[in-house]
Design a protein around this ligand. Sequence first.
Ligand code: ATP
Ligand code: MG
Length: 372
Amino acid sequence: MAEVQLHNLEKRYDNDTTAVKGITFTAHDGEFVVLVGPSGCGKSTTLRMVAGLEEITGGDLLIDGQRMNDREPKDRDVAMVFQNYALYPHMTVFENMAFPLKMRKVAKPQIQTQVEQAAKLLGIDNLLKRKPKELSGGERQRVAVGRAIVRKPKVFLFDEPLSNLDAALRTQMRAELKRIQRRLGATMLYVTHDQVEAMTMGDRIAVMNKGELEQYGTPTEIYGEPASAFVARFLGSPAMNLIPGGIVSEEGISFFIFGKGEMSLKIPLPNQLPSMNVDLGIRPESIQFSVGPQNSSNAFASGKLILIEPIGSVTHYHIEWPDAFGGTLVASVSHSQMVSGQSGISKLGDVVSFEIPSNTVHLFDRDTGKRL
Ligand SMILES: Nc1ncnc2c1ncn2[C@@H]1O[C@H](COP(=O)(O)OP(=O)(O)OP(=O)(O)O)[C@@H](O)[C@H]1O
Ligand SMILES: [Mg+2]
């Protein structure tokens, strides 16, 4: 199939907006790469440059090592599926799916075979005679995917294809699209602003922010070692807690000093850090409600429970922690921990003790947002 390389890819629109500011990554053959980021960060623009629907104003686009910048969309061997499906309303499902093949003057019997194969793979072979208006949202979505896969392109480009579907259908289609991509062994670039979609579907994730690539890596790398405070907050729900503070070093050991200075936490980094302002990040699931003997390398504190959100498998506890900083921390406790009584949790309004294990924290430079 195909390898897609973006080298310093840039898009400057006529109105002088630089929507994409030189991004570089490689989608290897057969990989499912998700582009994720907030609205307006340049995801669609990037995808449209790969498709050839938008002129590339800087950098290079290579598919299988060949420069594609100036090739017509039809000569790039890519297929794109949009959010609104863009099916032809007057055509049947069969005709919609056959359309790209017809345009390429493929012989009729072969069109028949290829459409039937694709329809079978997608589970819509019983709908071939219907018109789009006689289909559900999920079925229409499948037809749009079908139209993209019939001609077996090298690369698939998907721009938020599931955002018009309800939550249950979206979850189902997520798994199906992933299955289809595996079956076809296709290289896929998939745009979404949904972090769950990114984490569950991506072999690799490109996290974008304001036209720049913040990080490119596997879901595990991005979640476990976020390159910046932005990435840390964007992936994971509830978001990672960020606690403002400073670094102080003594005799080769660095300490994080919480907001007002009454508490510190030994930093598990090999090198002594300079004194600087940082944000300490901790995931909600890493905060522990202390029950055992105190471990001197961790930080202990207490705060008032101001909100309890049970969502089934986990419960989120919002803790007011005025001693350390003016904000609220969120801690998550899994259902199994609660049942086994490990959490020692109390009710709304109670003051609870909790622990921040030093080996689970992340530190970000306050000025640059980068991870230390
Ligand atoms: N044709 C255009 N001319 C000028 N500016 C544009 C054009 N298209 C997009 N932009 C700007 O480029 C930036 C990136 O837009 P883009 O559509 O790529 O964002 P996105 O990440 O896909 O956002 P969303 O999640 O909302 O779809 C935005 O600031 C947008 O306003
Ligand atoms: Mg978009």
